[in-house]
Design a protein around this ligand. Sequence first.
Ligand code: PLP
Length: 445
Amino acid sequence: PNAAADVAAHLHSYTNLATHGQVEPLLITRGDGIHVEDEAGRRYIEGMSGLWCASLGFGHPRLVQAGIDALKTLPYYHTFNHRSNPAAAQLAERLLALAPVPMARVFFANSGSEANDSAVKMIWYYFNAIGKPGKKKIIGRDRAYHGVTVASASIGGLAANHADFDLPIDRILRTGSPHHYRDALPGESAEDFATRRADELEQLILNEGPDTVAAFFAEPVMGAGGVIVPPPTYFEKIQAVLRRYDVLLVADEVICGFGRTGEMFGTTTFGMRPDILTCAKSLSSAYVPISAVMVSQKVHDAMAANSGRIGTFGHGYTYSGHPVAAAVALETLKVYEDEGILAHTRALAPRFAQGLATQAERRIVGNMRAVGLIGALELMADGAARAPFDPALKAGYQVAQYALEEGLIVRAMGDTVALCPPLIITPAEMDELFARLGRALGRFE
Ligand code: PLP
């Protein structure tokens, strides 16, 4: 009955709406550890932590308790007009202490999309504040994913987020992605490729006029675009260009933040020095919706001065700094520390990379990528010859379906199959994950 109700009544997220009635929806009813269970009682290893987010798995008792306690004490209050609550204040303070580069203030929202849209507004506000109102264009990259709100979807580089939504909006520029395997010229080294990407960025800024370009958005590791790990020296070279033309860097840490890459932030893994950092997902291990925007002293001070001039910083959500969400996030950050999640992630990263590398030896795998506990296999009809599959075969989708039948949830993005398991995964569970993935790949091969 729930599946029927879902088909009849639910306008689905990110789904083919026309075929939703023909595909049996997968209704997940419960979860524990790295597993989730569907209505029929089938259990799956959640190899994607949901949508790259449930880092502590499904059912961590401390997060549940933190939520209950917060609901009992103060189920809601807002943060407009100088109001706040203890959890929001403590979480902001804790995030500043964890920040990978010095940050001055934390703004709260509810989703990664909202965090990124908030960052865009702050950037426009900032450049108005410092008397450079012409500096407004935002640069995004091919294959980027920053969310689905009007600005964040526009900055993203995925066609499905633009098509027939009349996006992107204007003021958005696009440059190439750091996907060496796909985008390098024949024989081009990773470093030369990184240099070329930085040169292209510089040319774009010069063509547009540096006085019109405000910011560059980047995920440390691109997630939804196919788990694209930037080549060495990429961010160093990109940032040299940004500095030259006074273009702000926004690090979108929505996936990478809180340990995924083996450091607390992907920013640290890849040597980024962002002016603004957005995060969400693992901030609460996804148990409650919450996201954050961290801003540097420079950005904050200018915004504060401008707000002083015009009266109010006219931005914020009903649920910004929601006390229940903030309490669960605060407890999540404590659990990461108490349970040594970062050290655990680092210790397991080689096993994860090895698991992927073993599968990458198959004829149908062209490329494998991994950092920390996020990775992907790029499927090819003939990996050695770099011959892609006929798109009609839907190779990625098919492998994901077989994996589901084997009791493993992975994510197919075109012919790239991604893994992003809960960070609490044990070595034995990881071996089981790869055994199931191996069977799924073997069935397709
Ligand atoms: N940024 C990145 C890098 C993401 O991966 C996502 C979601 O997957 C978002 C932003 C958007 O977050 P949300 O879906 O919470 O709006």
